[in-house]
Structure formats: structure tokens, C-alpha cells
Write a protein that binds this ligand. Structure first.
Ligand SMILES: NC(=O)c1ccc[n+]([C@@H]2O[C@H](COP(=O)([O-])OP(=O)(O)OC[C@H]3O[C@@H](n4cnc5c(N)ncnc54)[C@H](O)[C@@H]3O)[C@@H](O)[C@H]2O)c1
Length: 429
């Protein structure tokens, strides 16, 4: 079998996860042909990384207005989309129209209209979309799926799920484009797409009705003022007011951040180091969601973005018992740390409480690598030789849509103060 060929759109922090895999571990089965972005400096930097870090030949670069030209000239098998969330659907839809399959980063897109456009394009073109849900592949996550599928607690009736983002990782969403809801859909779409995908995967169902409340209670200028802060700044780099602020990220003292963002600013005005206590934040940092699933299970979920540790606690109640899991993650932020460790595991425990039997600890092999050990397994699934998967973890456009529809419904619920039926949002046929 010949090598599968790829082009990649969006050469920011996340892109290396994919191009590094193709240029490294999977160079026998995959070939990278080009980069595409609105920013030439970032594309050139990605090429420098290819050459210097991976000893891989530089690839062609195309500005985003030449996307069609790139596909016509290079005829790739697949387009990898790692651009700003708001723009994913443009490339997903166009790539399929031009005859390519797609691998897209999460969230597949940010609102119901764009989601419908993707679903319609799949139906029209017959092409494939893969959403890179790395978390599904983490051994402890797969173990929970296995326990539930094998009936360890009978039918799941309710789930209580609390996710904590710490002051490093959580704060990062308030420094850059994510802070504007139009770009990311807010954290209930951008971040919770992972979590809601896991719930869909774990309980083998999909969301039906959603009610949500959310607020900005910690980040933002007004909250800081209320806590007595008087020194403000717009961006951290080069600003004395940022000194001593544990939330400040400066770009000139880190070679990678400087090359990728500071040196690229003149092209598009993208500032990576804004104060999290500035004005103009339109996403929530404190969120609470209730969901009814099609199998009648109920979910209570909360997400907070300014906490002392990162990870989650979850409990599944069922007709034959209960599962409790606690997971602590080490968060890397695209701000100079070791990428391979993004979301790497610090500890996970799964306890099963049979309704009438003795509680026991579920055993699983702890995975190494990012996203709780999920990243390396996902990459093999994307770029390596196909392997049988009892758990069917490869996520397609339907999984991608179902994982964002809870958050999109939650956004509507918050705006209109009502329960929202997911069937109001998109049509799957
Ligand atoms: N699965 C994960 O764990 C994970 C982790 C990090 C990021 N991500 C996802 O990866 C994507 C990128 O995130 P990031 O942290 O690399 O952001 P980033 O800001 O570092 O990079 C975004 C890139 O998109 C480019 N871009 C902006 N508008 C564009 C357009 N119209 N056309 C083409 N390119 C455009 C920017 O110039 C930039 O190079 C996001 O969708 C994010 O959700 C996923």
C-alpha cells in the first residue's frame, strides 16, 4: 500500500502533534505535502521545526485564500484541520467537496448551523471525517467503557461529573482567541466536547435535553476589581504591570512562543499573551449543566476554569451498583512546556461498588503520553496500520456532532433560560 498523503491547515500550537507524528513515527505510512494558514511566519516556523527537529524535508506553504489551489495541485488524500475552532467547518466542508477525507481537531465546529453544514457535506460527498478524540483512547477511559459495557453496574441511570481546569491550563483560554465566544463556542463547546464525548462513549447514548447555567465569576476585569486589584495591563510581554501576576504569560522569554506567536503578530494581530483580567471576555469560567440522555440516564456536570488542580471526579450510578473514578492530570499549556505531556496522567483510580457485593478497585495499565496515555494510541489509529478495536473508539462526524451538541444546546439554554432539546438543533438524515 502506498503512503497516504496529507496537508495541514492551521500551523499553531497543536499542529505539531500531527505533523510531528507524520514526520516521525509514521513516516513509512504517511506523507506530509503542505501547510496552509493565514500566517506565513507561523507556516515558516512549522517548516523549520520539520527540518530541524524531525529531519524531514520542508513542505510547500499556501496562504488560506489558496486552499482550493493547494488541493488541486497536490491532490492529498486527507486534510488535517488544526486552525481556530470557528474556521474548522470552512476547511472540513471544502476539503470534502474537493474529494478529500478530513481529520479535524476538536471541537468539530462551534454552532448548530456550521454543524449542519458539515453533516450535509458528508451526506453529499460521501467523504469521511475523523475527530481526534484522544481521551477515548486513554486506558482508564477505555476501562470505564469496558466495565459499563460488560454490565458491572447494570444500566447506568445517572452520572455526576465534575471537571477541574487549573490556573495554568484554565487561564490560557482567557488569554487568546478562545475568550471570544464566537471563536470557540465557549468552554462548554471548546473544552467540554472532550467530556461530553466521553459520556456519550461511556454510557453508549446521546444527549436529548439540556439545561445549563454559567457565568464569568473569576477572570475578567470586573471580577478582579471586585477583589481589590488596581493594577491592570492589556498584554503581559514587556509590561511592568504584569510583573508578579501569576496569570501573566510573556512571549519574549521563551524561544518557541516567541517564534510562533510574537514574531508572527505583525501578520494578523494575534496576541497570545493578553491579561486574563482584561475586558471583552465573552465566555464563562463557571458552568453547570444538566442533561437527559436518549437512554433516560441523567447527567449533572460542572466545569470551573481557575482551580488549584487539574482533572476530574465522576460517579456512575446504575441498577446494579456504582463506579467512582478520580483522575488527576498534569496539564501542559501551549506555553513552553513539554507537548507530549499535555494532559498526561498523574494518577487515576476506578472503584466499583456492586449493589450487594464487596467494593473493588478496577485494574488497568496506566498509559504513557498526553491525554492520559490516549495521544499515542490515537495517532496509531490515525496514521498507522489499522487494528481491530472492540471499543470502536475512532470518532466520526456523528460522534463529533453529538459531542458538541450538548455544549451548543447549553449555550442556547443559558441565553434563553430554558431547557433545550438537541433535536431542535440539527438533522442527522
Ligand atoms: N485535542 C486536543 O487535546 C487539543 C489541544 C490543543 C488544541 N486543540 C485544537 O487545535 C486547534 C488549534 O489550537 P492551537 O492551540 O494550536 O491554536 P493556535 O492559536 O496556536 O493556532 C491556530 C492556528 O490557526 C491559524 N488560523 C487562524 N485563522 C485561520 C484561517 N481562517 N485559516 C487558516 N488558519 C487560520 C492561526 O494563524 C494559527 O496558526 C483548536 O481547534 C483546538 O481546539 C486540541
Amino acid at each position: 500500500m502506498g503512503k497516504k498523503t496529507y496537508v495541514l491547515v492551521g500551523t499553531g500550537g497543536r499542529a505539531e502533534f500531527f505533523y510531528g507524528a507524520i514526520a516521525g513515527r509514521f513516516r513509512e505510512t504517511a506523507e506530509l505535502l503542505a501547510f496552509c494558514d493565514i500566517n506565513r511566519v507561523r507556516m515558516d516556523y512549522a517548516n523549520r521545526m520539520l527540518r530541524e527537529k524531525y529531519d524531514y524535508p520542508e513542505v510547500q506553504t499556501y496562504s488560506s485564500d489558496r486552499f482550493d489551489e493547494m488541493i488541486a495541485e497536490l491532490k492529498p488524500d486527507c486534510v488535517i484541520v488544526t486552525s481556530v475552532d470557528r474556521t474548522h467547518y470552512l476547511y472540513i466542508v471544502r476539503a470534502m467537496e474537493l474529494g478529500c477525507d478530513v481529520i479535524t481537531e476538536k471541537p468539530m465546529t462551534t454552532d448548530a448551523e456550521k454543524c449542519q453544514e458539515i453533516l450535509d457535506a458528508v451526506a453529499r460527498t460521501g467523504r469521511k471525517v475523523r475527530v481526534s478524540f484522544n481521551y477515548r483512547y486513554a486506558p482508564h477511559h477505555t476501562k470505564i467503557r469496558e466495565l459499563i459495557e460488560d454490565g458491572a453496574i447494570g444500566d447506568v441511570t445517572s452520572v455526576h461529573f465534575e471537571w477541574l481546569l487549573n490556573t495554568k491550563h484554565g487561564a490560557d483560554y482567557f488569554r487568546r482567541w478562545h475568550r471570544d465566544k464566537r471563536n470557540s463556542g465557549g468552554l462548554l463547546v471548546h473544552k467540554s466536547t472532550h467530556h461530553f464525548d466521553l459520556v456519550n462513549f461511556w454510557i453508549g447514548s446521546q444527549p436529548e435535553t439540556v439545561f445549563a447555567m454559567g457565568d464569568l465569576l473569576f477572570y475578567g476585569r470586573e471580577n478582579a476589581e471586585r477583589r481589590g486589584v488596581t493594577k491592570f495591563y492589556d498584554r503581559a510581554t514587556g509590561n511592568p504591570n504584569a510583573e508578579g501576576d501569576p496569570f501573566a504569560l510573556t512571549l519574549d522569554d521563551n524561544e518557541h512562543l516567541k517564534a510562533m506567536y510574537l514574531d508572527a503578530e505583525s501578520e494578523d494581530g494575534y496576541r497570545r499573551d493578553q491579561s486574563v483580567f482584561g475586558d471583552g471576555i465573552s465566555i464563562e469560567d463557571t458552568m453547570s449543566v444538566t442533561v437527559r440522555y436518549q437512554n433516560r440516564a441523567l447527567l449533572t456536570y460542572s466545569l470551573n476554569a481557575y482551580l488549584p488542580w487539574e482533572g476530574y471526579r465522576i460517579a456512575f450510578n446504575g441498577t446494579k451498583g456504582r463506579i467512582e473514578a478520580n483522575v488527576v492530570e498534569q496539564s501542559y499549556v501551549n506555553s513552553g512546556g513539554d507537548k507530549a505531556l499535555e494532559g498526561a496522567l498523574q494518577g487515576a483510580s476506578i472503584l466499583v461498588f456492586p449493589m450487594f457485593g464487596e467494593p473493588y478497585k478496577a485494574e488497568f495499565e496506566e498509559g504513557e503520553g498526553g491525554h492520559g496515555g490516549g495521544d499515542p494510541v490515537l495517532l496509531n489509529d490515525l496514521f498507522g496500520e489499522p487494528v481491530e478495536d472492540r471499543f470502536n473508539r475512532a470518532a466520526d462526524h456523528v460522534d463529533g456532532a453529538r459531542s458538541i451538541l450538548t455544549g451548543i444546546a447549553a449555550n442556547l439554554s443559558m441565553a434563553q433560560e430554558r431547557a433545550v432539546k438537541v433535536s431542535e438543533l440539527v438533522r442527522f438524515d
